[in-house]
Design a protein around this ligand. Structure first.
Ligand code: HEC
Ligand code: HEC
Length: 296
Protein backbone atom coordinates (compact mmCIF):
# COMPACT_ATOMS: atom_id res chain seq x y z
CA UNK A 1 0.00 0.00 0.00
CA UNK A 2 1.49 3.33 -0.96
CA UNK A 3 1.56 6.29 1.47
CA UNK A 4 -0.98 8.36 -0.61
CA UNK A 5 -3.77 5.75 -0.55
CA UNK A 6 -3.60 5.29 3.14
CA UNK A 7 -6.81 5.97 5.07
CA UNK A 8 -6.10 6.85 8.70
CA UNK A 9 -9.64 5.78 9.70
CA UNK A 10 -9.13 2.16 8.61
CA UNK A 11 -5.41 1.93 9.37
CA UNK A 12 -5.10 -0.58 12.22
CA UNK A 13 -3.46 0.34 15.44
CA UNK A 14 0.27 -0.31 15.50
CA UNK A 15 2.57 -1.24 18.34
CA UNK A 16 4.80 1.67 17.40
CA UNK A 17 7.52 -0.69 16.21
CA UNK A 18 8.82 0.03 12.76
CA UNK A 19 11.72 -1.43 10.76
CA UNK A 20 12.59 -0.13 7.31
CA UNK A 21 9.05 1.16 6.84
CA UNK A 22 7.44 -2.06 7.96
CA UNK A 23 5.11 -1.47 10.90
CA UNK A 24 3.97 -4.02 13.41
CA UNK A 25 0.17 -4.01 13.65
CA UNK A 26 -1.47 -4.63 16.96
CA UNK A 27 -4.16 -7.10 15.86
CA UNK A 28 -5.89 -8.99 18.68
CA UNK A 29 -6.12 -12.78 18.45
CA UNK A 30 -9.57 -13.98 17.35
CA UNK A 31 -12.03 -14.36 20.22
CA UNK A 32 -12.76 -18.04 19.51
CA UNK A 33 -9.04 -18.86 19.54
CA UNK A 34 -8.57 -17.23 22.93
CA UNK A 35 -11.61 -19.03 24.34
CA UNK A 36 -10.26 -22.40 23.26
CA UNK A 37 -6.92 -21.46 24.76
CA UNK A 38 -8.46 -20.58 28.13
CA UNK A 39 -10.52 -23.76 28.14
CA UNK A 40 -7.45 -25.91 27.52
CA UNK A 41 -5.64 -24.15 30.38
CA UNK A 42 -8.50 -24.89 32.75
CA UNK A 43 -8.66 -28.48 31.43
CA UNK A 44 -4.94 -28.95 32.05
CA UNK A 45 -5.20 -27.81 35.67
CA UNK A 46 -8.18 -30.11 36.19
CA UNK A 47 -6.25 -32.98 34.63
CA UNK A 48 -3.29 -32.43 36.97
CA UNK A 49 -5.64 -32.64 39.93
CA UNK A 50 -7.65 -35.68 38.89
CA UNK A 51 -5.28 -37.81 36.82
CA UNK A 52 -1.73 -39.14 37.14
CA UNK A 53 0.31 -36.28 35.65
CA UNK A 54 3.36 -34.55 37.03
CA UNK A 55 6.65 -36.42 37.38
CA UNK A 56 8.90 -35.65 40.33
CA UNK A 57 11.90 -37.15 42.02
CA UNK A 58 12.27 -38.26 45.64
CA UNK A 59 15.43 -39.59 47.24
CA UNK A 60 13.60 -42.69 48.52
CA UNK A 61 11.52 -43.75 45.48
CA UNK A 62 13.47 -42.15 42.65
CA UNK A 63 11.23 -40.94 39.81
CA UNK A 64 7.55 -41.07 40.48
CA UNK A 65 4.50 -38.95 39.62
CA UNK A 66 1.45 -37.30 41.14
CA UNK A 67 -1.25 -39.95 41.17
CA UNK A 68 -4.30 -37.69 40.91
CA UNK A 69 -7.34 -37.88 43.13
CA UNK A 70 -9.19 -40.33 40.84
CA UNK A 71 -6.45 -42.94 41.54
CA UNK A 72 -6.70 -44.07 37.97
CA UNK A 73 -3.95 -45.38 35.72
CA UNK A 74 -4.08 -47.23 32.43
CA UNK A 75 -1.90 -49.90 33.97
CA UNK A 76 -4.35 -50.56 36.80
CA UNK A 77 -7.17 -50.59 34.30
CA UNK A 78 -5.46 -53.23 32.13
CA UNK A 79 -4.45 -55.26 35.19
CA UNK A 80 -8.07 -55.17 36.35
CA UNK A 81 -9.32 -56.37 32.99
CA UNK A 82 -6.77 -59.20 32.89
CA UNK A 83 -7.73 -60.27 36.40
CA UNK A 84 -11.37 -60.34 35.33
CA UNK A 85 -10.65 -62.54 32.29
CA UNK A 86 -8.45 -64.84 34.38
CA UNK A 87 -11.14 -65.21 37.03
CA UNK A 88 -13.66 -66.10 34.34
CA UNK A 89 -11.27 -68.63 32.79
CA UNK A 90 -10.49 -70.16 36.17
CA UNK A 91 -14.21 -70.63 36.84
CA UNK A 92 -14.62 -72.43 33.50
CA UNK A 93 -11.52 -74.54 34.13
CA UNK A 94 -12.95 -75.70 37.44
CA UNK A 95 -16.18 -76.61 35.70
CA UNK A 96 -14.29 -78.50 32.97
CA UNK A 97 -12.13 -80.25 35.59
CA UNK A 98 -15.28 -81.81 37.06
CA UNK A 99 -16.55 -83.21 33.75
CA UNK A 100 -15.43 -86.03 31.49
CA UNK A 101 -13.93 -85.10 28.13
CA UNK A 102 -17.02 -86.46 26.39
CA UNK A 103 -19.27 -84.25 28.53
CA UNK A 104 -17.23 -81.17 27.66
CA UNK A 105 -17.51 -81.99 23.98
CA UNK A 106 -21.28 -82.28 24.26
CA UNK A 107 -21.65 -78.68 25.38
CA UNK A 108 -20.81 -76.42 22.44
CA UNK A 109 -20.19 -73.47 24.74
CA UNK A 110 -17.85 -75.30 27.12
CA UNK A 111 -16.09 -77.03 24.23
CA UNK A 112 -15.30 -73.67 22.65
CA UNK A 113 -13.98 -72.34 25.95
CA UNK A 114 -11.89 -75.49 26.40
CA UNK A 115 -10.31 -75.12 22.96
CA UNK A 116 -9.43 -71.48 23.62
CA UNK A 117 -8.00 -72.37 27.05
CA UNK A 118 -6.12 -75.32 25.55
CA UNK A 119 -4.64 -73.14 22.81
CA UNK A 120 -3.37 -70.63 25.33
CA UNK A 121 -1.97 -73.34 27.66
CA UNK A 122 -0.30 -74.90 24.61
CA UNK A 123 1.46 -71.63 23.83
CA UNK A 124 2.66 -71.38 27.43
CA UNK A 125 3.78 -74.97 27.98
CA UNK A 126 4.19 -76.93 24.76
CA UNK A 127 5.12 -74.59 21.93
CA UNK A 128 8.77 -74.50 23.01
CA UNK A 129 9.17 -78.15 21.98
CA UNK A 130 6.31 -78.78 19.53
CA UNK A 131 6.33 -75.38 17.80
CA UNK A 132 3.79 -72.58 18.09
CA UNK A 133 1.63 -74.19 15.40
CA UNK A 134 2.23 -77.68 16.88
CA UNK A 135 4.07 -78.43 13.64
CA UNK A 136 6.95 -80.08 15.51
CA UNK A 137 10.68 -80.21 14.84
CA UNK A 138 13.17 -83.02 14.37
CA UNK A 139 12.74 -85.20 17.44
CA UNK A 140 9.53 -83.40 18.47
CA UNK A 141 6.46 -84.74 16.73
CA UNK A 142 4.05 -82.73 14.64
CA UNK A 143 0.68 -82.90 16.44
CA UNK A 144 -1.40 -81.74 13.47
CA UNK A 145 -1.14 -84.84 11.32
CA UNK A 146 -2.80 -88.20 11.80
CA UNK A 147 0.48 -90.03 12.26
CA UNK A 148 0.67 -90.92 15.94
CA UNK A 149 3.53 -92.52 17.83
CA UNK A 150 1.53 -93.34 20.96
CA UNK A 151 -2.05 -92.95 19.72
CA UNK A 152 -4.34 -90.16 18.57
CA UNK A 153 -7.57 -91.02 20.41
CA UNK A 154 -8.68 -88.41 22.92
CA UNK A 155 -7.91 -90.81 25.76
CA UNK A 156 -4.44 -91.61 24.32
CA UNK A 157 -3.56 -87.94 24.03
CA UNK A 158 -4.80 -87.22 27.53
CA UNK A 159 -2.70 -90.09 28.87
CA UNK A 160 0.44 -88.90 27.05
CA UNK A 161 -0.01 -85.38 28.40
CA UNK A 162 -0.65 -86.59 31.96
CA UNK A 163 2.18 -89.09 32.23
CA UNK A 164 4.72 -87.98 29.64
CA UNK A 165 7.05 -90.21 27.65
CA UNK A 166 10.11 -91.86 29.23
CA UNK A 167 9.65 -89.42 32.10
CA UNK A 168 11.33 -91.03 35.11
CA UNK A 169 9.37 -89.10 37.70
CA UNK A 170 6.02 -90.56 36.63
CA UNK A 171 5.39 -94.22 37.46
CA UNK A 172 2.81 -94.57 34.64
CA UNK A 173 4.86 -92.79 32.00
CA UNK A 174 4.78 -94.20 28.47
CA UNK A 175 7.87 -96.28 28.18
CA UNK A 176 9.73 -98.30 25.59
CA UNK A 177 13.34 -98.07 24.60
CA UNK A 178 14.75 -98.98 21.26
CA UNK A 179 18.12 -100.74 21.78
CA UNK A 180 21.33 -99.03 20.71
CA UNK A 181 22.15 -101.74 18.20
CA UNK A 182 25.73 -100.74 17.47
CA UNK A 183 26.69 -99.07 20.75
CA UNK A 184 25.40 -102.03 22.78
CA UNK A 185 26.97 -104.60 20.44
CA UNK A 186 23.76 -106.28 19.15
CA UNK A 187 24.71 -105.66 15.52
CA UNK A 188 27.96 -105.00 13.67
CA UNK A 189 28.48 -101.88 11.52
CA UNK A 190 27.81 -103.90 8.37
CA UNK A 191 24.62 -105.31 9.81
CA UNK A 192 23.42 -101.84 10.83
CA UNK A 193 24.23 -100.65 7.30
CA UNK A 194 22.28 -103.55 5.77
CA UNK A 195 19.19 -103.03 7.92
CA UNK A 196 19.41 -99.29 7.12
CA UNK A 197 19.04 -100.15 3.42
CA UNK A 198 15.99 -102.27 4.19
CA UNK A 199 14.41 -99.42 6.23
CA UNK A 200 15.09 -97.02 3.32
CA UNK A 201 13.24 -99.44 1.02
CA UNK A 202 10.22 -99.58 3.36
CA UNK A 203 9.41 -95.90 2.71
CA UNK A 204 10.21 -96.14 -0.98
CA UNK A 205 13.54 -94.33 -0.75
CA UNK A 206 16.52 -95.06 -2.94
CA UNK A 207 18.45 -98.04 -1.48
CA UNK A 208 21.11 -100.66 -2.20
CA UNK A 209 19.43 -103.78 -3.61
CA UNK A 210 22.38 -106.00 -2.76
CA UNK A 211 21.98 -105.45 0.99
CA UNK A 212 18.19 -105.94 1.01
CA UNK A 213 18.00 -109.68 1.73
CA UNK A 214 20.35 -109.48 4.69
CA UNK A 215 18.63 -106.31 5.87
CA UNK A 216 15.20 -107.92 5.81
CA UNK A 217 16.45 -110.96 7.67
CA UNK A 218 17.90 -108.76 10.41
CA UNK A 219 14.75 -106.65 10.51
CA UNK A 220 12.56 -109.73 10.94
CA UNK A 221 14.77 -110.96 13.73
CA UNK A 222 15.45 -107.72 15.62
CA UNK A 223 12.83 -105.13 14.83
CA UNK A 224 9.34 -106.51 14.17
CA UNK A 225 8.54 -107.05 17.85
CA UNK A 226 8.26 -103.28 18.14
CA UNK A 227 7.80 -101.94 14.61
CA UNK A 228 5.43 -104.64 13.35
CA UNK A 229 5.88 -107.32 10.73
CA UNK A 230 5.92 -104.91 7.79
CA UNK A 231 7.41 -101.96 9.65
CA UNK A 232 4.00 -100.32 9.97
CA UNK A 233 4.63 -99.42 13.62
CA UNK A 234 2.85 -100.42 16.83
CA UNK A 235 1.16 -97.68 18.85
CA UNK A 236 1.29 -99.50 22.19
CA UNK A 237 5.07 -99.73 21.75
CA UNK A 238 5.51 -96.12 20.74
CA UNK A 239 7.40 -97.51 17.74
CA UNK A 240 6.83 -95.31 14.69
CA UNK A 241 5.57 -96.42 11.31
CA UNK A 242 8.60 -96.81 9.06
CA UNK A 243 6.66 -97.18 5.81
CA UNK A 244 5.31 -93.62 5.47
CA UNK A 245 6.98 -90.33 4.62
CA UNK A 246 6.57 -88.92 8.13
CA UNK A 247 9.70 -89.06 10.22
CA UNK A 248 10.46 -88.06 13.77
CA UNK A 249 14.22 -88.17 13.19
CA UNK A 250 16.28 -87.58 10.05
CA UNK A 251 15.19 -89.97 7.33
CA UNK A 252 18.21 -90.02 5.04
CA UNK A 253 20.69 -92.91 5.07
CA UNK A 254 23.00 -91.32 7.66
CA UNK A 255 20.08 -90.33 9.92
CA UNK A 256 18.53 -93.79 9.91
CA UNK A 257 21.92 -95.43 10.48
CA UNK A 258 22.39 -93.17 13.49
CA UNK A 259 18.95 -94.01 14.89
CA UNK A 260 19.59 -97.75 14.63
CA UNK A 261 23.18 -97.59 15.87
CA UNK A 262 22.60 -95.35 18.90
CA UNK A 263 18.78 -95.07 19.20
CA UNK A 264 17.09 -91.80 20.15
CA UNK A 265 14.44 -92.35 22.81
CA UNK A 266 12.91 -88.89 23.05
CA UNK A 267 11.62 -87.59 26.36
CA UNK A 268 8.45 -85.64 27.02
CA UNK A 269 7.63 -84.34 30.52
CA UNK A 270 4.55 -85.45 32.46
CA UNK A 271 2.10 -82.63 33.15
CA UNK A 272 -0.08 -84.18 35.83
CA UNK A 273 0.71 -82.37 39.05
CA UNK A 274 2.32 -79.49 37.18
CA UNK A 275 -0.85 -78.29 35.46
CA UNK A 276 -4.31 -78.35 37.03
CA UNK A 277 -6.96 -80.88 35.99
CA UNK A 278 -8.97 -78.40 33.94
CA UNK A 279 -5.94 -77.28 31.96
CA UNK A 280 -4.88 -80.87 31.19
CA UNK A 281 -8.36 -81.62 29.87
CA UNK A 282 -8.40 -78.44 27.82
CA UNK A 283 -5.01 -79.36 26.34
CA UNK A 284 -6.16 -82.88 25.44
CA UNK A 285 -9.25 -81.51 23.67
CA UNK A 286 -7.18 -78.86 21.92
CA UNK A 287 -4.49 -81.25 20.64
CA UNK A 288 -7.16 -83.74 19.57
CA UNK A 289 -8.91 -80.98 17.63
CA UNK A 290 -5.79 -80.00 15.68
CA UNK A 291 -6.81 -82.16 12.78
CA UNK A 292 -5.15 -85.51 13.34
CA UNK A 293 -7.30 -86.67 16.23
CA UNK A 294 -8.76 -90.16 15.94
CA UNK A 295 -12.28 -90.93 17.21
CA UNK A 296 -12.60 -93.57 19.97
C1 HEC B 1 10.61 -80.77 26.61
C2 HEC B 1 9.97 -80.90 25.34
C3 HEC B 1 8.48 -81.16 25.30
C4 HEC B 1 7.48 -80.40 25.86
C5 HEC B 1 7.61 -79.16 26.70
C6 HEC B 1 6.26 -81.02 25.46
N1 HEC B 1 6.49 -82.12 24.70
FE1 HEC B 1 5.11 -83.34 23.88
N2 HEC B 1 6.57 -84.54 23.18
C7 HEC B 1 7.93 -84.29 23.25
C8 HEC B 1 8.65 -85.37 22.62
C9 HEC B 1 10.17 -85.47 22.50
C10 HEC B 1 7.70 -86.29 22.16
C11 HEC B 1 7.97 -87.57 21.42
C12 HEC B 1 8.50 -88.57 22.36
C13 HEC B 1 8.86 -89.83 21.63
O1 HEC B 1 9.93 -89.83 21.02
O2 HEC B 1 8.06 -90.76 21.64
C14 HEC B 1 6.40 -85.72 22.52
C15 HEC B 1 5.19 -86.33 22.23
C16 HEC B 1 3.95 -85.78 22.49
C17 HEC B 1 2.71 -86.41 22.16
C18 HEC B 1 2.53 -87.78 21.53
C19 HEC B 1 2.53 -87.67 20.03
C20 HEC B 1 2.27 -88.97 19.36
O3 HEC B 1 2.47 -89.01 18.15
O4 HEC B 1 1.83 -89.93 20.00
C21 HEC B 1 1.70 -85.55 22.54
C22 HEC B 1 0.21 -85.74 22.40
C23 HEC B 1 2.34 -84.39 23.12
N3 HEC B 1 3.71 -84.56 23.07
C24 HEC B 1 1.67 -83.30 23.63
C25 HEC B 1 2.29 -82.30 24.35
C26 HEC B 1 1.58 -81.25 25.04
C27 HEC B 1 0.09 -81.05 25.03
C28 HEC B 1 2.52 -80.50 25.67
C29 HEC B 1 2.30 -79.30 26.58
C30 HEC B 1 1.52 -79.52 27.76
C31 HEC B 1 3.82 -81.06 25.36
N4 HEC B 1 3.64 -82.15 24.56
C32 HEC B 1 5.01 -80.54 25.82
C33 HEC B 1 8.51 -83.22 23.86
C34 HEC B 1 7.84 -82.23 24.58
C1 HEC C 1 12.07 -102.35 21.90
C2 HEC C 1 11.35 -101.76 20.79
C3 HEC C 1 12.11 -101.43 19.51
C4 HEC C 1 12.87 -102.25 18.77
C5 HEC C 1 13.21 -103.70 19.02
C6 HEC C 1 13.29 -101.46 17.64
N1 HEC C 1 12.79 -100.22 17.71
FE1 HEC C 1 13.06 -98.74 16.36
N2 HEC C 1 12.02 -97.51 17.54
C7 HEC C 1 11.43 -97.84 18.72
C8 HEC C 1 10.88 -96.66 19.33
C9 HEC C 1 10.16 -96.62 20.66
C10 HEC C 1 11.17 -95.60 18.45
C11 HEC C 1 10.83 -94.14 18.67
C12 HEC C 1 11.97 -93.51 19.43
C13 HEC C 1 11.62 -92.16 19.92
O1 HEC C 1 10.45 -91.78 19.78
O2 HEC C 1 12.48 -91.47 20.44
C14 HEC C 1 11.87 -96.17 17.33
C15 HEC C 1 12.31 -95.43 16.25
C16 HEC C 1 12.91 -95.96 15.14
C17 HEC C 1 13.26 -95.22 13.98
C18 HEC C 1 13.04 -93.72 13.73
C19 HEC C 1 11.67 -93.47 13.13
C20 HEC C 1 11.42 -92.02 12.83
O3 HEC C 1 10.26 -91.67 12.58
O4 HEC C 1 12.36 -91.22 12.83
C21 HEC C 1 13.82 -96.11 13.10
C22 HEC C 1 14.36 -95.81 11.72
C23 HEC C 1 13.83 -97.37 13.76
N3 HEC C 1 13.26 -97.26 14.99
C24 HEC C 1 14.34 -98.53 13.22
C25 HEC C 1 14.48 -99.71 13.90
C26 HEC C 1 15.16 -100.86 13.41
C27 HEC C 1 15.79 -100.97 12.05
C28 HEC C 1 15.13 -101.79 14.38
C29 HEC C 1 15.74 -103.16 14.39
C30 HEC C 1 17.15 -103.24 14.09
C31 HEC C 1 14.39 -101.24 15.49
N4 HEC C 1 14.02 -99.97 15.17
C32 HEC C 1 14.10 -101.92 16.64
C33 HEC C 1 11.35 -99.07 19.29
C34 HEC C 1 12.05 -100.17 18.84
Amino acid sequence: MSEQNKNPETEPETTGHEWDGIKEYNNPLPRWWLNVFYITCIWAVGYWIFMPAIPYWTPTDGWTYTEGIRELSQRDKVAGEIAEVNAERAAHRDEIAGLTLAQVRESPELFEIALAGGASAFRDNCAGCHGSGAQGFIGFPNLNDDDWIWGGKLSDIEFTIRHGIRWDEDADTRFNEMPKYLADGFLSRDEVAAVTEYVLSLSGQEHDQAALAQGKELFDRECISCHGENGEGILEMGAPNLTDQIWLFPSDRAGIYETIAYSRNGVMPAWQGRLDEGTIKELALFVHSLGGGVEE
